[in-house]
Write a protein that binds this ligand. Structure first.
Ligand SMILES: [Zn+2]
Ligand SMILES: [Zn+2]
Ligand SMILES: [Zn+2]
Ligand SMILES: [Zn+2]
Ligand SMILES: [Zn+2]
Length: 327
C-alpha cells in the first residue's frame, strides 16, 4: 500500500513500471512483495553504448567499421550502464548504482544483491500466457508465428498446435554447446594470430636501424662508394701526373734546343771570327737549318696547357670525365 505520490516514485523505475495501480480496496490480500513482475524481454538495445566498453574493428578493405559491444550485461534501468549485480526478486540485472536506487524503497529493500555470475538460467515466461513458463521451442519448418518460445497451452491449443517442438532446456543447452564451440574456435584463431603478431615483431625487428643486416648493408655501400671515390681520384691524379710529365718533357726539349742553339751560335761566331773554311762548311749550315725547323715546331703553343683548360665532371655512374674546353 502506498500513498499516491510514493506509488509514483517507486514505479518510476523500469523494473516496477509495469505494475498496475489499483485503488486500495481492490488490493489483493497478499501484497508482501512485488512477486508478479510482468515477464519482459532483455533490456532493449537502443544503440547507445554509453559506459559499456566496446571494440571498434576497422575493416580496411571495405572501409567500414564494425562496432562490437564487449558485454551483453546491460543494466536494466539504463542500457548504457554495465550491469554487475543481479536481483533474483526483481529478476533483473543492474549496475551497482541503479541497484541501490531501486532498492532504496521499503518495498524492495529486502532484495538480496547477488553477483551477476549467480544469475540462474531461468526459463522465460510465455509471451501469450505471462504467468506460465515457456518450456518449449517451436522448430516446425512451416510455422509462420514469429514467437518461438511457447508454453504447453500454446502447444496443445494455441497457434503452435501440432507443431514440431523441442524442449527449451535442450535448445538452451544446444546453444550453450554452440557458443562454447564458437568460443573454442575463436580462441584458436586468436592464438594463431597471436603467433602471427609475434612473427610480425620478428619481421619488423629485421628492419631496425640497429640490426646487423642493416649495418652490414651500410658498410657495403660505404665501401663501394669509397672504392669508387678512390678510382675517380686516381684517374684525376693520373691525368694531373701525365700532364705534368708531358709539359716537363716539352720544357726539356725546348731547353735542349736552347742549349744546342747556343753551341751552334758559338760555332758560327768562331767560324766568322776565324774566317776559316768559309768556302765550305755545309755541315754547319745544315745544322743551323735543322735548328730553325725545330724552333718553328716548338713555337706552336698546343701543348702549353694549364689545369683549368679542362672541364672536370662526374657522370651519373660516378666516372671522372675530363674534357678539353677548347675542343
Ligand atoms: Zn512492484
Ligand atoms: Zn530487487
Ligand atoms: Zn544502471
Ligand atoms: Zn503460452
Ligand atoms: Zn509454431
Amino acid at each position: 500500500m502506498f500513498f499516491f505520490s510514493c506509488f509514483g516514485t517507486i514505479h518510476k523505475s523500469k523494473v516496477n513500471a509495469g505494475h498496475p495501480k489499483l485503488p486500495v480496496p481492490e488490493k489483493p490480500n497478499i501484497l508482501a512483495e512485488c512477486t508478479k513482475h510482468p515477464s519482459r524481454n532483455a533490456a532493449k538495445n537502443d544503440g547507445s553504448v554509453g559506459d559499456i566498453p566496446s571494440v571498434v574493428i576497422q575493416d580496411e578493405y571495405y572501409s567500414s567499421s564494425v562496432l562490437y559491444s564487449t558485454t551483453e550485461n546491460r543494466c536494466f534501468e539504463n542500457s548504457s550502464h554495465e550491469a554487475t549485480v543481479y536481483c533474483e526478486k526483481c529478476d533483473a540485472i543492474f549496475c551497482e548504482s541503479c541497484f541501490g536506487t531501486i532498492h532504496k524503497s521499503k518495498v524492495n529493500a529486502g532484495h538480496p544483491k547477488l553477483p551477476i555470475s549467480q544469475k540462474s538460467n531461468r526459463l522465460p515466461k510465455c509471451t501469450e500466457h505471462s504467468s506460465i513458463t515457456a518450456e518449449f521451442w517451436c522448430k516446425d519448418p512451416n510455422c509462420v508465428i514469429e514467437e518461438k518460445k511457447i508454453c504447453h497451452i500454446c502447444l496443445l491449443a494455441g497457434g503452435h498446435k501440432f507443431h514440431q517442438y523441442e524442449l527449451l532446456t535442450d535448445q538452451v543447452s544446444n546453444n550453450v554447446e554452440k557458443l562454447k564451440d564458437l568460443m573454442r574456435s575463436t580462441q584458436e584463431t586468436v592464438d594463431k594470430y597471436q603467433d602471427r603478431v609475434k612473427s610480425f615483431d620478428v619481421c619488423i625487428a629485421t628492419f631496425g636501424y640497429e640490426h646487423p643486416l642493416y649495418l652490414a648493408e651500410i658498410e657495403k655501400i660505404t665501401k663501394q662508394f669509397d672504392a669508387k671515390k678512390m678510382q675517380v681520384l686516381k684517374k684525376l691524379e693520373e691525368f694531373t701526373g701525365n700532364s705534368q710529365s708531358r709539359l716537363r718533357e716539352k720544357k726539356k726539349q725546348i731547353e735542349a734546343y736552347i742549349d744546342n742553339s747556343e753551341v751552334l751560335l758559338l760555332k758560327i761566331e768562331s767560324i766568322l771570327k776565324s774566317k776559316q773554311k768559309l768556302y765550305d762548311d755545309t755541315k754547319i749550315l745544315d745544322t743551323a737549318e735543322a735548328q730553325l725547323r725545330i724552333s718553328a715546331f716548338n713555337s706552336q703553343n698546343d701543348f702549353m696547357k694549364v689545369f683549368d683548360d679542362q672541364n672536370y665532371s662526374l657522370t651519373e655512374e660516378m666516372e671522372m670525365k675530363i674534357m678539353d674546353k677548347n675542343r
